[in-house]
Write a protein that binds this ligand. Structure first.
Ligand code: FES
Ligand code: FE
Length: 382
């Protein structure tokens, strides 16, 4: 097997090359990413409150697998490969739904309990010795954190504490804690799903830098003036970008927001923090709400992004107007995703065959590229 390496470039030493264009267009690279990144790491799939009652379920494409996540009778959340053990039919074909007691395969009616155990099958009495656990659904590892369900398809998952919680702690800095925002107890005030015609790495790279903020985010730079200088909040560990002097809240017009989340400290009151949990989660913290993005890579040039705006329960339950805060980041999302879609076609241009350029303020994108290459390992020559 021959190995391809990053192409050599003639860039000045202060400038660094990006990944080459085919890393954003080649289905074989995407297939490797599915296997070595999305099936190997912790993947944030669902908001736990979407699975409030036993029997409620959702299905997700994670890497090359369909995964079924549901709440069991004992109240715990379980995840399984969404594949019938009999002859391999997809068990649940809906994206979400609710069953009373069990999942029944639409092909020959094998039936599985909410704990994944095989509980019934037509004529099973003629095979009394069948092991109902052995032929139950295949379990997928599950963790709940920040009110979200994270799953891992690896036989032996990487440490959740290091890979997920550690990434958040590292970004916020030792003095800061995400726990102050009580994210697990917040409620979804608004959810918008974006279908973005771009490779997932373009979206993550865009989120990691603020070099583009002055050009495409007029509303955001109005609220966070330091973003106009191009330095992302996550450029400095623990740095929260400060609201502009005239700004009253994190809203589309800088008008007043809602009450501060009680755990948020006085010195965080006018600050915005941005965190990336590689490979598919972005978290933005502001005093009165949290914006939580999950990416679902669907194809080499298509990514679904689900964005939740999370507020204190009484804000959501009392129907308070959250539209001005939603509108700010919805516009930011649209501006970002438009930029990513504008970039995707360029990835297959000869102009980008050897990649592009990272300026110094984008150096953490270089670290992301190293991370991707490290996870992918050698890519067979194509
Ligand atoms: Fe599911 Fe036969 S494939 S019952
Ligand atoms: Fe942006």
């Amino acid at each position: 097997m021959t190995i391809t390496n990053l192409p050599s470039t003639n860039l000045p030493s202060s400038l660094v090359a990006t990944l080459p264009g085919d890393h954003y267009t080649d289905p074989e690279v995407f297939a490797l990413e599915q296997e070595r990144i999305f099936e190997a790491r912790w993947f944030c799939a669902a908001r736990a409150s979407q699975l409030a009652k036993p029997g409620q379920f959702r299905t997700y494409q994670i890497g090359r697998e369909s995964v079924l996540i549901s709440r069991s009778r004992d109240g715990s959340i379980r995840a399984f490969l969404n594949i019938c053990r009999h002859r391999g039919a997809k068990l649940c074909t809906a994206e979400s739904g609710e069953v009373k007691r069990a999942f029944q395969c639409p092909y020959h009616a094998w039936t599985y309990g909410l704990d994944g155990k095989l509980v019934a099958a037509p004529n099973l009495t003629s095979m009394p010795d069948i092991d109902r656990v052995e032929y139950g659904l295949i379990n997928v590892h599950v963790r709940e954190w920040l009110g979200y369900v994270w799953v891992c398809l690896a036989d032996t998952p990487p440490s959740f504490e290091e890979d997920v919680m550690g990434a958040v702690t590292e970004r916020l800095g030792a003095a800061e804690s995400i726990e102050r925002y009580g994210i697990d107890n917040l409620e979804v005030g608004k959810r918008i799903v974006y279908d973005v015609k771009a490779n997932w790495k373009l979206i993550i790279e865009n989120f990691m830098e603020c070099y583009h903020c002055a050009t495409i985010h007029p509303e955001l730079t109005e609220v966070l003036p330091e973003f106009a200088d191009g330095f992302a909040a996550q450029y400095y560990v623990g740095h929260g970008a400060e609201f502009g002097a005239e700004v009253q809240g994190f809203t589309v017009d800088g008008s007043e927001g809602l009450d501060r989340i009680p755990g948020v400290a006085e010195d965080q009151d006018r600050r915005y923090y941005a965190i990336t949990v590689t490979p598919q989660v972005f978290i933005n913290l502001v005093p009165d709400h949290v914006i939580f993005h999950r990416m679902y890579p669907m194809a080499v040039d298509r990514t679904i992004v689900e964005c939740d705006w999370l507020y204190l329960p009484d804000v959501v339950e009392s129907g308070k107007d959250v539209s001005r805060s939603v509108e700010l980041f919805h516009r930011v999302n649209q501006q970002d995703f438009d930029a990513c879609e504008r970039t995707q076609p360029g990835m297959s241009s000869r102009a980008y065959a050897k990649g592009g350029v990272l300026v110094p303020s984008e150096h953490h994108i270089g670290a992301f590229h190293t991370w991707v290459q490290d996870k992918l390992g050698a890519i067979p020559a194509r």
